[in-house]
Structure formats: C-alpha cells, structure tokens
Design a protein. Structure first.
Length: 330
C-alpha cells in the first residue's frame, strides 16, 4: 500500500485531503519485483492505502492470483493477476462505504468460497483518533464490521450499507438466523458497533485486522471512556474482542466449541488498544496445532491482548467407518 497521509490526522470525519487540487499521498498500490525491487505496476486508489494489502490464491494453491486493498475513504479494491504479466493486470473497486466518515486502516481477512467467490471481512475505524475528545466520540461515527462475498467475475461495486444486498445484523442473531451462504442471494452482512444503541457505545471502532478461523471471524475494538468529573486520572478506554459466526454474525464465545449461539464479545483486561489477532501453527509433540494469539478467549474467561488459545473447526474431525462391501477372493 502507498501509505498514510498526515491530512488524515485532522480531527474530523471528513478530512480535507484533496482540496484545491491536492493529490492525497499514499493513494495507490505498488507491485514490486521481490528479487530486484523494480516496480512492476502501480494502481491508483481514491484515498490513502495505509492498510496491508491482503493476498489470496484461488485457482492454484500457493500462486497468488488476487490481492485486496482498502483505503481511508472506505473503498475496497481487488487486483486481478494473471500469467500474461503486468500489462494485463487490473484493479477494480469492488465495495465501498461512503458518507459516514468510516475509514479502513487494516486490510481484509480473506477466505476462498465456492462458485468463484471470496469471503471478505474487515471493520472500519480510525485508530489514530482513540480519545474521548476526538471526533469518533464527540461527533459520533457509526463504525461497522463487514463480511461480504466478492464475486470474482464481477467488477460492479457493492454498497456495503445497502440493506437490499447486505443484512443488518446489528441486533443479536442466533444459530437459526439465515446466513450468508455461497448460494444465497444476500451478498453479506454488517454489524454497527453500537449494539446496545445507547450513549455508552458511542465512539466504538475497529482497531485491528480480522482473522477467519473455525467458521468464525475474530477482531477487536476500542471505545473511549471520558474521565470522571473531578478525577485526575484517565482511562485507557474499553477494549473488546469479538468472535462472530462468519455467515450470520451469531456470537461464538462460551459455546463449547460451536460457531454460534453464544456471546459476541468480551472485554480485554486493562483496556487500551489491543494488537491484531494472529494465527499460527505450532508443533506440540507429534501433532501440529493451530493457535491464535491476541483474540478474545472463546471460553468466555478473562481475556488479555496476548493470550494464546488453541483454535479448531467447530465440527468433530473424528471419522469412522459406516459401510463396507467386499467381493471376490482377493
């Protein structure tokens, strides 16, 4: 990604980054030759790309054929690669959230889906403005978390806030809630980060990247808390870790291994700005386990921003013989 423009530091939901013909810095994606450092391609974007660019292999394992970028203006782009070389590579705006002051500062989590689709998951927020005196709190920005299906054969941008195509799952959902499946007409869902719809939730914003694991998506948020009147101390705010069902946003915490039907989030001890959750594979004895560090504890216990935990699919992986037929003498 091109980087961050200091104009984004303005304490407002609508920073004046392109006034008087000014070109916003960092508005683009570079592709470099990993061996030589030579620039192979540059793709312009509407606003700065401060987030990491996310890569995915769809057609062939290990061969990146698509990249996803998000900018500070609420736009999401897909770059399509092919063997013909840089001259035939192309960038397309595939989704957007405009007009609400929502920014993307972290790249999306990706998962290959059936029918030539990719699940894309990311949340909006402005981690550079975490205080109760700043605009996300004083002038509320309704930040959101989004999950949607990108159809690789399409280049038509999706309005992520259009409830014709996106389900509003801000209100609590359950295991029986109709989800966003590969064959459904719905393109995705969003969750507004003021779930209780009261003043106590103002200013909550996504402050980490997300990960997709075990049929769920995990990410973390922060909400400022103003100092008590007459107090000389300040608060680090409330940090919360989410585990949501990838398809219908049902809570995945305290569910005894299931991917739905539980609590959506729990607070991190100490508050502050948590780090992004990270997946890793760890050899333990004769097995290799998948663990996640930095996510809320799925057990529902006290969570810290660096707590590790094992993570696995929400189905029982044990297989057993159910039928067998043999014929002949061999």
């Amino acid at each position: 990604g091109g980087g961050y423009d200091p104009c984004e530091d303005e304490n407002t939901a609508t920073p004046d980054c392109t006034a008087n013909g000014r070109v916003e810095k960092g508005a683009g994606v570079f592709v470099l030759d990993a061996q030589t450092g030579n620039e192979l391609a540059f793709f312009p974007t509407a606003r700065s790309v401060a987030a990491d660019v996310s890569l995915i292999s769809v057609a062939q394992v290990g061969v990146v054929d698509h990249a996803y970028a998000a900018d500070t203006g609420g736009d999401i782009y897909r770059i399509d690669f092919n063997a013909a070389g840089p001259s035939s590579w192309a960038i397309h705006e595939i989704a957007y959230t405009h007009g609400g002051g929502r920014k993307f500062l972290y790249g999306p989590a990706l998962l290959v889906a059936p029918n030539n689709q990719v699940y894309v998951a990311l949340g909006s927020g402005d981690r550079a403005h975490p205080l109760a005196t700043e605009y996300p709190y004083v002038t509320e920005v309704e930040d959101r978390f989004y999950v949607f299906k990108d159809e690789l054969d399409s280049t038509t941008p999706l309005n992520l806030d259009d409830t014709t195509y996106m389900d509003n799952f801000t209100s609590p959902t359950s295991c029986s809630t109709q989800g966003v499946l590969p064959t459904s007409d719905t393109r995705g869902w969003f969750l507004t980060l003021d779930e209780n719809n009261d003043a106590s939730d103002e200013g909550e914003q996504t402050v980490t990247s997300a990960v997709i694991a075990a049929g769920m998506v995990a990410f973390s948020t922060h909400r400022p808390v103003p100092a008590s009147q007459g107090s000389c101390s300040t608060s680090l705010g409330i940090a919360q870790g989410y585990w949501l069902n990838l398809f219908n946003a049902s809570g995945g915490i305290s569910t005894s291994g299931a991917a739905c039907g539980g609590t959506r989030y729990v607070p991190f001890v100490g508050g502050g700005l948590p780090p992004s959750p990270v997946l890793a594979t760890v050899p333990i004895g004769n097995t290799v386990d998948q663990v996640i560090i930095g996510a809320a504890q799925r057990s529902g216990g006290a969570s810290t921003a660096i707590s590790p935990q094992e993570i696995g699919p929400a189905i029982t992986p044990t297989r057993k013989l159910i039928y067998w037929k043999s014929s002949g003498t061999d």
